[in-house]
Design a protein around this ligand. Structure first.
Ligand code: FES
Length: 106
């Protein structure tokens, strides 16, 4: 079972077990993690599930679809490490993935 490391803006860290096929967003929501609002429920239409991926992992994840790219254009502090966590489906290869939850979603 892969585990995902979430680092909140205050520096607190949570290591959560994830089921294959779940999204990084769903794992956070199921564990009541703060900072991932996910107002659209994973439909890729709100961008309130924005996270910054640890640089080590950025090129190890599946590439963004066009819609994710377009939604990230509306995120104020988006950069090359930005992803929408609802669009990241957990695979075995993601064990140990580190995501940073941005302050603006608190
Ligand atoms: S939950 Fe709305 S875009 Fe990810």
């Amino acid at each position: 079972m892969p585990s995902i490391h979430y680092i909140l803006y205050d520096g607190s860290e949570y290591i959560l077990d994830a089921l294959l096929g779940e999204s990084v967003m769903i794992v956070a929501k199921n564990n009541n993690l703060q900072g991932i609002l996910a107002e659209c429920g994973g439909a890729c239409s709100c961008a309130t599930c924005h996270v910054h991926i640890d640089p080590f992992w950025v090129d190890r994840l599946p590439p963004k679809e066009v819609l994710e790219e377009e939604m990230l254009e509306f995120v104020e502090d988006a950069d090359e490490t930005s992803r929408l966590s609802c669009q990241l489906k957990i695979t075995e290869d993601m064990d140990g993935l580190i995501v940073n939850v941005p302050e603006e979603q608190y």
